[in-house]
Every structure is written in structure tokens, then in C-alpha cells.
Design a protein around this ligand. Structure first.
Ligand code: 5CA
Ligand code: ZN
Length: 408
């Protein structure tokens, strides 16, 4: 599937500004911070959209998190291999298509295109491999075969399920106990009560054709993939075994990332990812953002209202990626004022040395992507009218561009 355009990311080391420190990141599975500093190249998988709705600030915050990680890795001198999926066939998309009377594939194409435009406007580095579920059906079928060979697949009616007991390490991504898993599973697409399952937590791998739903002819029969196996298959194929970071919002910790990791372990005998990184949930004035509550704050709407995408980006960066936070409309006004201050500050003929700011931004990002600390360092520099280095404005502008992705 077509990705979106790559923003220009200046190389600070090419400009003689050195390289960044090793990045520390919070790994949900370890319940602590761990270095993510591979040799030479880093491999990243981030769970992409289910394209039934336009990009809201929560989605944008999640993709911005992994954009920062990539910038920090690149500044470290690493090549980044980045894969993201699109869940372009799944129940929520089909349900929305039915309600709105739009063909499911048209709805998906329309929302994917809007997502590309939003990501481009926000200067989010795109995945080199942007891969849809529909175009990955053969990969999914191959992986289900491998799981079957490992004895981890069984039928319920004409559908196929993954036996979570085939994996001794099931539960180690979320660290949830069984009671917690059973409570969350049905809220996030699971079907614990389906008759014929061996364990209520076993997850759907392959869904046989249903009337009036899309399906594909395969050696498993006509049907379509389950959700978790889609990401397992795409990540293993495009990144290989034991890649560096599996990312997404914290709503994906369980069951999605738990199941994907289990499926991969059973199929390959190796860990799925080295670290599982999760962005907090963004709400709106006290509630979870959702279409049904009518409280979605859409990136495209803010853009259409004439908001500067760089101010949207700054407003998102003001929150640490791991915190749950709520969007209040006045944040964009504050971010616009901050952007104007920064633009004026980098345009100064003389300014305090830029090297200390660059160091502060690097240190902040390497410390579990602490964007608020990076913003505070730039704010302090912008407010400081002492001293005089004629190069400082240029150095800080380039550092902000390369590391925070904000073009001034
Ligand atoms: N297609 C699946 C992942 S394979 C999916 O969760 N799609 S999604 O469209 O619902 O979400 C896309 C990404 O945005 C996911 O990483 C999800 O964790 C994240 N996300 C969804 N809602 C929020 C929110 N309110 N705040 C922060 N991130 C969110
Ligand atoms: Zn996923």
C-alpha cells in the first residue's frame, strides 16, 4: 500500500553537531525502562489505523510518539526499518460501512488517504512498508499453517482459533492476571463466551466466510484473517524475528500485543519484539474520544480551521507520551503562541549558544522520549536574551527540526 511523503530530516552529525545518546524506553513487558540501542539499524513495528474514521488527536499522539523514537534513533546514527499495518478489513470497518451505506473498501480508501494527508501535514516519518491486511492474506495463511504445525490451532465450527496454552510465556507482555484478561478481552474484540473454545482467552485466527461480508479464497477455505494474526504476519515478514520495538496505544497492550507476541513465539520459537512500547490514551474534556460520543477532535478539522500543523504538533508534544491526557481546545492557542515565540527566537541575529539546547533536547528524548522536557529547554533558551552567538538561531532551528520534527 502507498505510504506518505517523507519529511526532510536534517542530519545533525553531517552538520558537525555530533550524535545523540543511546535511547532509553519504557518497555511494558519489563515494566521498566530499558536501552534500545541496537548495532547499526533498528527495526520498528507500529500498529496502524483501522480506517473507518478520520485521524483524531489520540491517533496523532501515538504516531508522533514513534516518530520521536525514530528521530532519536536516527540521531544516534541508526538506520531505521519501519513497518506499519492498516487493518483494512475488520468488524468495526464493516459495521461502519453498513451503517453509512458506503462500500467497505471505499470507506477504507477514503480514510487511509485522509490519514496520509494528516501524517504528512504533521511531518510524521512514514513507514517504508505500509501494509494492508487485505494484501497480506497469503502471509496470514502461511503463518496459520506454521502455528498449526506447532499444534496451536483448532477449529470452532468453520473458524480457526489460537490455543494460548501453546505458549508458556502467554501473559508476559501485559503482566495481567487471568481475571484482568477475562475482563478486558470482550471489550477489545475478544469472544470469551463462544461455545466450543478450549480456553475463553483463545483468539480467532481465521474467520470463515459470513453472508454479505468480504472473504478470500485460500487453502484454509473462504474467509478472512482475525485481527492479531494480521500484525504478527506483517511484522515477521517485513521485519523478521525479534525486532526492536512493537508500538501502539495502551489500548493495544491486551489482547492485541499479547496475542501477537504469543503467536510469533509459538511460530518461530523466538521473542516477537525486544520492547513493547505504549502511548497513553487521549481523551476529550473528561471522556474517551470516540465517534459514538461525538467528541472526536480531528486533525483534519483543525487543519481545515486554519490551525498551523506545527502548532498541532507542539500541542501534542507538550504531553509525555506515556501519560493519559485530555484535549482542551485552548491548548492549540497556547501552542500557536509558543510557536510564534520560537520562530522569533531562532530569527534573532544574536542568541545564547545553541549547543546547550541541542544537548538538552537530546538528553530529554533519550530519557524515554521526554518531549515536555525538550520543549522546556527550548522555551528557556527563547526567553533568554543574554549573550551573543550569531550561529545559535540556525543551530537551534535545525535541532528542533531534526529531533522534534517542528519546522520553524
Ligand atoms: N488497527 C488497529 C491496530 S492493528 C487499531 O487499533 N486501529 S485504531 O484505528 O483503533 O488505532 C490506531 C492507533 O491509534 C493504535 O495504535 C491505537 O492504540 C491508537 N489509539 C487509538 N485511540 C487512541 C487514543 N484515544 N489515544 C491515543 N492513541 C489511540
Ligand atoms: Zn496491530
Amino acid at each position: 500500500m502507498r505510504s506518505w511523503s517523507v519529511p526532510d530530516v536534517p542530519s545533525l552529525s553531517d552538520l558537525g553537531l555530533g550524535v545523540g545518546p543511546a535511547v532509553m524506553i519504557f518497555d511494558t513487558a519489563a515494566n521498566g525502562t530499558t536501552p534500545t540501542d541496537p548495532e547499526g539499524s533498528a527495526r520498528l513495528y507500529v500498529c496502524g489505523i483501522t480506517p473507518y474514521d478520520a485521524t483524531h488527536m489520540g491517533h496523532a499522539a501515538t504516531y508522533l510518539t514513534f516518530d520521536l523514537l525514530q528521530r532519536a534513533w536516527r540521531d544516534r546514527g541508526l538506520d531505521v526499518h519501519y513497518t506499519q499495518n492498516v487493518t483494512d478489513v475488520d468488524d468495526p470497518l464493516l459495521e461502519r460501512a453498513l451503517v453509512t451505506g458506503v462500500e467497505w473498501s471505499e470507506l477504507a480508501e477514503r480514510e487511509i488517504q485522509l490519514f496520509r494527508e494528516d501524517m504528512t501535514a504533521l511531518r510524521i516519518i512514514p513507514p517504508a512498508n505500509y501494509i494492508g491486511a487485505v494484501e497480506s492474506i497469503n502471509l496470514v495463511v502461511d503463518l496459520i499453517d506454521r502455528l498449526d504445525t506447532a499444534g496451536a490451532v483448532y477449529p470452532v465450527d468453520d473458524d480457526l482459533y489460537f490455543d494460548v496454552h501453546a505458549d508458556d510465556a502467554f501473559g508476559t507482555v501485559s503482566g495481567f492476571d487471568e481475571e484482568m484478561m477475562l475482563r478486558i478481552f470482550p471489550e477489545r474484540g475478544g469472544d470469551p463466551d463462544r461455545a466450543g473454545k478450549k480456553d475463553p482467552l483463545d483468539c480467532l485466527l481465521w474467520q470463515a466466510e459470513r453472508p454479505n461480508e468480504p472473504s478470500w479464497e485460500t487453502r484454509l477455505g473462504r474467509g478472512r484473517p482475525g485481527w492479531h494474526i494480521e500484525c504478527t504476519a506483517i511484522a515477521l515478514h517485513h521485519l523478521g524475528e525479534t525486532f526492536d520495538v512493537q508500538g501502539g496505544g495502551s489500548d493495544l497492550v491486551f489482547p492485541h500485543h499479547e496475542m501477537s507476541a504469543s503467536e510469533a513465539r509459538v511460530a518461530t520459537g523466538e521473542p516477537f519484539a525486544r520492547a513493547y512500547v505504549h502511548a497513553g490514551m487521549v481523551g476529550f474534556e473528561g471522556e474517551k474520544m470516540s465517534k459514538s460520543k461525538g467528541n472526536l477532535v480531528l486533525v483534519s478539522k483543525l487543519r481545515a480551521d486554519g490551525r498551523d500543523p506545527m502548532a498541532i504538533r507542539l500541542a501534542l508534544l507538550a504531553h509525555h507520551y506515556r501519560s493519559d491526557w485530555e484535549w482542551f481546545g485552548d491548548e492549540i492557542t497556547a501552542a500557536e503562541a509558543q510557536l510564534a515565540r520560537w520562530r522569533a527566537a531562532v530569527a534573532r541575529k544574536m542568541a545564547p549558544s545553541g549547543h546547550a539546547v541541542l544537548d538538552s533536547i537530546r538528553t530529554a528524548l533519550a530519557d524515554d522520549l521526554d518531549a515536555p522536557a525538550a520543549l522546556a529547554a527550548v522555551d528557556a533558551w527563547a526567553a533568554d536574551d543574554t549573550a551573543g552567538d550569531p550561529q545559535a538561531g540556525r543551530t537551534v532551528r535545525t535541532a528542533i527540526d531534526a529531533l522534534l520534527g517542528v519546522a520553524l
